[in-house]
Design a protein around this ligand. Structure first.
Ligand SMILES: [Zn+2]
Length: 422
């Protein structure tokens, strides 16, 4: 309620030079603005209430962490982490390996920070410089119909049935495409057993909307196939596997777009887009996962949790992940205070494992590996008929070994290399 309703951000200057209160919607646009002063103003305004409420938020987070630790002890789990992983039957080594493998291969992310500093021609790279696209002057108008056609071509490697399913979705009008008053923001797929998927979009005729469309269609087809092939009790899939279906589509799309693109500038823009996606879905989530692990370990050892402890852990992690190219503002170390996901313990790592699994599967499919394609289509029909790690193993992804994570990190290193060469 603090974060969704009561919070009041600071003021920023609008186009007419008037001061207006910042909203979250405005922030996500302003933090990507090419004008550095605008980014900085938005950044400071955004963090202002979190710094003002730092003690209150620290005590709610500390209470949540201690609650997890206490219930895990009462129920005789070895740790809060193992309690959280129990439902998915995931060994804690999967969680620990994810973090370790990422930290062992963090150099390309440091390299990317340096590239940012270089390309933006800054003396000091700050956190509010981390979201502005590095390639300017690329604005693509993509209507919904055009986006749909592009998607069908990009997803052709998944086979005729997959593409046909999407054509049917459109004919049957399962999409709510445009923004309308009172409609919720973002995009969302709702699969209803025995009915069909409902796909909510807020299409803006741009590249991001195209990516959102293929992402949600990944969930949509997953819902449809699992409903068709599973009894109701196992038709719903877990979060652990959900983001695999959506991300495979995004990876296929980026490869399709890069392959056909002749314009160097657009190519650079696409690679930059993918690198930033990688950062947000993989690295940021691993960093959050490590933050959760360290704070719970402190509580398990009976050590206190407060603003200073959270700040210290967060700042250290941020430095380890993003490297020495960044100069830290006061706000950086308060990053933990604005993350609602921490109140649902130990689940953000699933974004990272899902992303790594999707990279693995999509790469194989693009290499025309028939066995992977077939097993992947079976996976989409399997709902929650087995534990997620078992379902993924059938597609060739074994998250109990470090390979899928390592391969993903290798691909990231290659992307950064390619971007720097362009
Ligand atoms: Zn999704």
């Amino acid at each position: 309620m603090i974060n969704n309703a009561d919070i009041q951000f600071g003021e920023v200057t609008n186009e007419n030079g008037e001061k207006v209160e910042l909203t979250r919607g405005m922030y996500s646009k302003l933090i990507e603005d090419e004008d550095r002063e605008k980014r900085k103003e938005a950044y400071k305004a955004y963090y202002k209430p979190y710094l003002q409420m730092k003690n209150s938020i620290a005590s709610t987070l500390a209470a949540a962490v201690k609650n997890n630790v206490t219930t895990s002890k009462i129920r005789s789990y070895p740790s809060a982490l193992e309690k959280a992983l129990f439902g998915d039957n995931v060994p804690k080594e999967v969680y620990e390996n994810l973090i370790q493998a990422t930290k062992d291969n963090i150099a390309p992310l440091h390299r990317y920070s340096e590239l940012r500093k270089e390309k933006l021609q800054l003396d000091e790279l700050r956190q509010y410089d981390m979201n502005v696209p590095l390639v300017s002057g690329v604005k693509q108008e993509i209507s919904f119909d055009e986006a749909f056609e592009t998607m069908l071509k990009a997803l052709a490697p998944l086979g005729k049935d997959y593409v046909e399913t999407l054509v049917e979705f459109k004919k049957a009008r399962y999409f709510d495409v445009r923004e309308t008053p009172g409609k919720r923001s973002g995009a969302y797929n709702l699969g209803v057993y025995g009915v069909h998927p409902f796909i909510l979009l807020n299409h803006h005729d741009d590249l991001d909307s195209l990516f959102t469309l293929v992402h949600e269609c990944g969930h949509g087809v997953h819902s449809k196939l699992s409903s068709q092939h599973q009894p109701q009790i196992t038709a719903r899939y877990s979060i652990f596997v959900a983001e695999v279906a959506s991300t495979v589509n995004e990876v296929l799309l980026i490869h399709y777009l890069l392959d056909k693109e002749k314009n160097e500038l657009v190519k650079k823009h696409l690679i930059n887009h993918f690198i930033d996606k990688f950062r947000g879905t993989f690295f940021t989530q691993v960093m959050f996962a490590e933050f959760e692990m360290l704070t719970h370990e402190k509580a398990e050892q009976g050590q206190p949790l407060n603003v200073d402890v959270f700040n210290q852990i967060y700042e250290t992690l941020f430095r380890q992940y993003y490297g020495d190219a960044l100069v830290f503002d006061e706000e950086v170390k308060y990053g933990w205070s604005r993350i609602p996901h921490f109140y649902r313990p130990f689940y953000v790592y699933k974004y990272a494992t899902g992303f790594a699994s999707a990279i693995h599967i999509a790469t194989k499919i693009l290499d025309v590996d028939k066995a992977t394609l077939e097993s992947y289509l079976e996976f989409l029909k399997s709902g929650s008929s087995d534990y997620p790690l078992e379902l993924l193993k059938k597609t060739g992804v074994d998250l109990t070994t470090p390979e899928p994570i390592k391969n993903t990190l290798t691909q990231f290193a290659e992307l950064v290399e390619e971007f720097s060469n362009l």
